[in-house]
Design a protein. Structure first.
Length: 272
């Protein structure tokens, strides 16, 4: 399916189905993976059903695609760094409440991790170490808190309108508010703006520009280690990603189970 065909048909779906189909977009692209092909086929059939105004069938087909994607794991293994470490607990995909997300970062020695979780079941976790060309500088913890927000937002082709993002780092929150107010040149002390070999822009420059364009996004503070379900989930994912850099264990089922448990608590007691 060509990108223009996907987007044209996607516009026929009402908001809940639209957002679900959009998260599965990568599976509609050419692939040699049989599992990914089956997921893509279900998405394409859902869009065809929508074209004929069969929205109930479209929803059922997206249910199938999400279930197959969850069984397949944290997205297909590809060379696309944007998909690394991401997954979704499909049972929470049908939530109709406004989306709330939490991000967090963990750092110990020369190894760190970032994580995020969204109330609709999306999550991501990514470990990183310090290399010779690491651009972080002295504000390592702060910068990785902001990288976690970038990791969340780049998980979408376009971040959902009106999403609330919770952080337990006040310093990071201040930068997000400054960027949203148009101060996109403000950067943490020591952060290198030199040209990147792997990206068109430094991560925080890209994040600042995106945040400045999205006044509808809400960035708010949540007290860390206070029992807040989404914050605890993001914290757990960031620690898990960091530990995985130093010790071998099967990351995928642990992350999936952790997110599912905390989201169950969140939806039972839904409040910011």
């Amino acid at each position: 399916m060509r990108p223009d065909e996907f987007l044209r048909t996607l516009a026929l779906l009402p908001p809940p189905l639209h957002d679900r189909a959009l998260t599965l977009r990568d599976f509609t692209r050419p692939t040699r993976c049989d599992d990914c092909q089956r997921i893509g086929d279900a998405v394409r059939l859902a869009l065809t059903a929508a074209h004929y105004d069969e929205l109930t069938s479209a929803g059922e087909l997206l249910d199938t695609a999400e279930r197959l994607a969850a069984d397949h794991g944290i997205h297909r293994r590809s060379g696309d760094d944007q998909q690394r470490g991401r997954g979704r607990v499909a049972r929470w995909a049908a939530t109709s409440a406004p989306l709330v997300a939490a991000t967090d970062a963990s750092w110990k020695g020369r190894v760190g991790g970032i994580g995020y979780v969204v109330s609709d079941g999306h999550y991501g976790l990514l470990g990183r170490g310090i290399g010779r060309l690491d651009p972080t500088g002295a504000s390592r913890v702060l910068i990785n808190e902001l990288r976690a927000v970038d990791y969340l937002l780049t998980g979408y082709d376009e971040a959902p309108v009106g999403m609330t993002v919770l952080l337990d780092c006040l310093a990071a929150l201040r930068y997000l508010h400054r960027w949203q107010a148009g101060e996109t040149s403000a950067m943490p002390a020591g952060y290198s703006l030199r040209e990147r070999r792997w990206s068109d822009q430094p991560t925080l420059v890209r994040l600042a520009e995106q945040v400045a364009r999205r006044p509808d996004l809400t960035f708010a503070h949540v007290k860390g280690h206070s029992g807040h379900a989404l914050n605890e989930a993001a914290d757990g994912l960031s620690h898990m990603a960091r530990r995985r850099r130093e010790e071998p264990f099967d990351l995928r089922p642990r992350a999936h189970a952790l997110v599912d448990a905390f989201l169950r608590d969140w939806h039972a007691n839904a409040t910011l």
